[in-house]
Every structure is written in C-alpha cells, then in structure tokens.
Design a protein around this ligand. Structure first.
Ligand SMILES: [Fe+2]
Ligand SMILES: [Fe+2]
Length: 269
C-alpha cells in the first residue's frame, strides 16, 4: 500500500518508531551553541593532518546522509518512519555544519577518497528505499558510529570529544531506525530486488574496506588499532542484524571478514 496523503485514519502501526521520534525531539541540540568553538584544539600538527583526512570522509558521509534521509521521507510508506526521517534530516544538517567547523579548525577539508565516493554516489543515486535503508542507515551509519567511538577513545581533545558525543548520540538513532523499520520494508521486497541488494552490499563492503586500507597511515599516526576497530564494527553490525530479527538479503561472509582482518597486524601495546 502506498502513502495516501488524504486518508483520515491515523497510521499507528509502528509504536516503537513513535518513541524514536520522541527521543529525537528530546535530544535536539544546536551545534552553534552546544560546542565552544573558540576553545583551541590540543592536537599536534601530525595529529591534526591525520585526523582531518579521516574526518573529511565523515564530512562527505554526513552530506550524503543529509541527501539520503531527505530522499527517504517521500520514499517510505509509513508516516511514523517519515517523522523519524524528518528529524534525521535536520540532525544530518547539524552534523555537516559541526564537522565543517571542526575540519576548518583542524586543517582543511580534504577531497573525498574515491572508494568512499563510489559508495556514497551509489546510495544517493539508487531509487530504492530498501537500498538506502540497508546501505546508509544500517551499514554506513554503523561504521560512522564505530569510528566516532574509536577516535573518541584515541584522542583526548575536549572539543573533538564533545562533537563526537553529540553526533554519535544522533547516529545511534539512525541505526535504530534501520533496526525498527527494515523488517517491515524487507517483507515487501521481491526476490530479484533482494538478490540485487545483496550484491550491492558486497560492492559497498569492498569499497569501504579499500577506503580503510587507504587510511592505515593516518590511523597509525593517531594510535588507532584498525584491526580492533574493524572487529568492533563487525560485531556491532551483527548485533544490529540480530536486533532486527531477520537476515533476508543481508550480506555476511565470515571468511571474507577474516581475510580483511588479517590484512592488519594487531597493535603491540
Ligand atoms: Fe550524521
Ligand atoms: Fe546519521
């Protein structure tokens, strides 16, 4: 059933999305006033450069998330999902604004890595809600969230940590939308679309692992252990899929994961 603008009945089939909408409204913050942008950063020159390269990826990811969440508002059929996505649009706009300020304080906004670019172009270009929800809300949002945790733990700068805490709290709601809403969307997806979606995830995973490989030196400069971070990201993704309670068309290949993990040596402490 498609969305009918003039249906008098109230759509209330997703009460957990209604709660997520309430949570989103309660959590609203203003990036102009919540962060003290006058406070100097405590990182040295090498750390600034390395962090700016990594956060530039996030910056383009946030810009793509703004586009994708706005595209999803008319694409999804349920009004409660539209409410949550409408909140996400303003949240992503704040994230773009916050990372832009942070990057200009740190160094410069670097050009987008080609592998990240391929993934984001694909997610913005697809016309299918299921592709956008799996690719952006489930996969990219989870990676961003895990990256925020890793950077937060590795770098003790108060301004940076505050930005990551505010943005991370929002991103958690964005993966929450995937967990709560994807099962009902995937139920309506046909066999061919499901196979196609599965193959796209193989492609996105390949692009993302290439992008991580391209940033191994920056991770080293920031004392970030990529292997541990990757493992943490994979575990978090598994937990999200577990919470969804369905695996239809969701890509998972343990051999490939182990192969990617084996590219990185564990950090000696
Ligand atoms: Fe975001
Ligand atoms: Fe997000």
């Amino acid at each position: 059933m498609s969305f009918d603008l003039f249906r008098p009945e109230i759509d209330a089939s997703h009460p957990r999305l209604e709660r997520l909408f309430e949570q989103a409204k309660q959590d609203f913050w203003n990036d102009s006033t919540a962060i003290d942008w006058e406070q100097p950063l405590t990182l040295n020159a090498a750390e600034r450069k390395a962090l700016a390269k990594i956060l530039s990826l996030i910056y383009y990811g946030e810009r793509a998330a703004l586009e994708v969440s706005a595209q999803l508002v008319p694409l999804v059929e349920d009004e409660q999902a539209k409410f949550v996505l409408a909140c996400q649009v303003i949240e992503e706009a704040k994230h773009v604004s916050a990372f832009r300020r942070l990057l200009l304080k740190l160094d410069v906004i670097h050009p987008c890595n080609p592998w990240v670019r391929r993934t984001l172009v694909d997610l913005v270009a697809t016309k299918k809600a299921s592709f956008k929800l799996v690719g952006m809300q489930l996969i990219v949002e989870n990676i961003a969230n895990q990256l925020f945790h890793v950077i937060h733990d590795a770098i003790a700068d108060p301004t940076l940590r505050k930005v990551l805490e505010y943005v991370g709290r929002d991103e958690k709601k964005h993966t929450g939308l995937a967990v709560l809403y994807l099962p009902s969307v995937m139920k309506k997806v046909g066999f061919v679309e499901a196979q196609h979606l599965y193959l796209r995830q193989v492609y996105w995973s390949f692009c993302i692992s290439q992008a991580i490989w391209d940033h191994r030196r920056e991770a080293d400069a920031l004392h970030i252990d990529i292997r541990t971070a990757l493992k943490r990201g994979i575990d978090a993704q598994d937990r999200l899929v577990e919470q969804m309670g369905m695996r239809r068309a969701i890509f998972k290949n343990k051999t490939l994961e182990n192969l990617v993990l084996s590219m990185y040596k564990p950090r000696e402490t």
